[in-house]
Design a protein around this ligand. Structure first.
Ligand SMILES: [Zn+2]
Ligand SMILES: [Zn+2]
Length: 114
């Protein structure tokens, strides 16, 4: 990752969160919206998608999912709207092109949009 990038979000808050592109169609665990193929979304690997418990490490997660035996252990998906609400993504503008898009990090050619 480019070390000149800075995070617009609280680093503690985005611990365990990754910004990903949808593969196929998946559902947002927060609002149920469909995240379309190649749409951006965030995955919080520390949050149980079923009961919203926050789990600090993978060992906790493994034993926690024993409580939800029918579910495959995974993190919680946040669509762009829910990611913006949770503070995982910010809207940033590319200074050269003026294009505004949601991002977890801001590179030196970009600025946060209030
Ligand atoms: Zn959502
Ligand atoms: Zn749970």
């Amino acid at each position: 990752m480019d070390d000149k990038q800075v995070s617009p979000a609280d680093l503690e808050k985005i611990r365990g969160v990754s910004s990903l592109l949808g593969v196929g169609e998946v559902e947002c665990d927060k609002c149920g919206k469909i995240i379309k193929h190649l749409d951006r979304y965030c995955l919080n690997a520390h949050e149980c998608p079923i009961c919203e418990a926050l789990l600090d490490n993978t060992a906790d997660r493994g034993s926690h999912f024993g409580e939800h035996p029918s579910e495959t252990p995974r993190g919680t998906r946040y669509c762009v709207d829910c990611s913006l609400k949770a503070g995982y993504l910010r809207m940033v503008r590319n200074k050269k092109t003026g294009v505004v898009f949601p991002s977890m990090f801001i590179s030196r050619d970009e600025e946060a949009v209030a």
